[in-house]
Design a protein. Structure first.
Length: 268
């Protein structure tokens, strides 16, 4: 980031030196507290790829000097970003850009839990990539991904199994341009979670998601892929995943078999 921004200051906890001779940061409202303006600048650096997933960001002292604000203001901005799972504090080591490759967060968006409540008992999901093909965005896909109907998209279908039992059937749609070169072979060869692949090979980090859930019954093809009968009830989970600045990057539709699992969501 070139130059040093100065800020409009409506944060009564900030020092007087931080507010003197200030220029309003254009990307946030004039009434935005100072720490929120610093948060926006850190987000801009994350989005620009200045700090990569799993790498350390500058210290609070360094960021305070860079933005010409107090260390406390920087700490408050980082606290919010950590609460949003965008940054991770590590005692004695510093603050790092969060990554889906880390074991404790790699399945942060997967809410299906075995009945005994311990996901470690069944181990990681076994993945079967059925297809990854280039297609044209339908009206519905285009609306979800802020594209134009007919724009180039990628469609992925896979089955996730736990303890050798097919449990989740997923269809994903991605905008083609950011994921150029993604193939079924690359998906099969990658051992980590899919979002970690998007991070490391395509510089796309999913930072939040919205879901719609309803109960459905499967069609004949879905029954075959999940090895179930037509009368088996399933949870249909439709997810839109976003990268920084609420840019939608994935539409995912999953069918969840819940005979040995339940869907858990923590509400704060």
């Amino acid at each position: 980031m070139s130059g040093t921004p100065t800020f409009h200051n409506d944060d009564p906890s900030a020092s007087a030196a931080e507010g003197s001779g200030a220029v309003i940061l254009q990307s946030t409202p004039a009434f935005s507290p100072l720490y929120q303006q610093i948060k926006v600048l850190i987000l801009q650096s994350l989005q620009a790829g200045e700090w990569k997933p799993s790498t350390a960001i500058p210290s609070e002292i360094e960021l305070a000097a860079r933005f010409k604000v107090s260390q406390g203001t920087v700490r408050k901005a980082i606290d919010e970003l950590a609460a949003e799972n965008l940054l991770v504090r590590r005692q004695g080591k510093g603050t790092f850009v969060a990554t889906h490759a880390e074991r404790h967060v790699q399945y942060r968006f997967l809410k299906l839990i075995p009945d005994n409540g311990d996901p470690s008992d069944e181990g990681p999901a076994e993945r079967r990539i059925i297809d990854c093909k280039r297609t044209r965005a339908s009206v519905e896909v285009a609306r979800a991904l802020a594209m134009h109907p007919g724009d180039a998209a990628l469609q992925v279908r896979r089955v996730l199994s736990f303890a050798a039992v097919p449990t989740i059937l997923e269809d994903l749609w991605l905008p083609a341009a950011p994921f150029k070169g993604l193939t079924a072979e690359r998906l099969r060869d990658y051992n980590g979670p899919m979002y970690a692949l998007f991070e490391t090979e395509f510089d796309v980090r999913m930072v939040r998601a919205e879901e719609k859930i309803r109960a459905v019954v499967p069609d004949a093809e879905q029954c075959e892929l999940l090895e179930i009968s037509p009368q088996t009830p399933l949870l249909s989970v439709e997810r839109i995943a976003y990268t920084y600045n609420d840019v939608p990057m994935e539409l995912r539709r999953g069918l969840y078999l819940t005979s040995n699992h339940y869907y858990r969501n923590a509400l704060n």
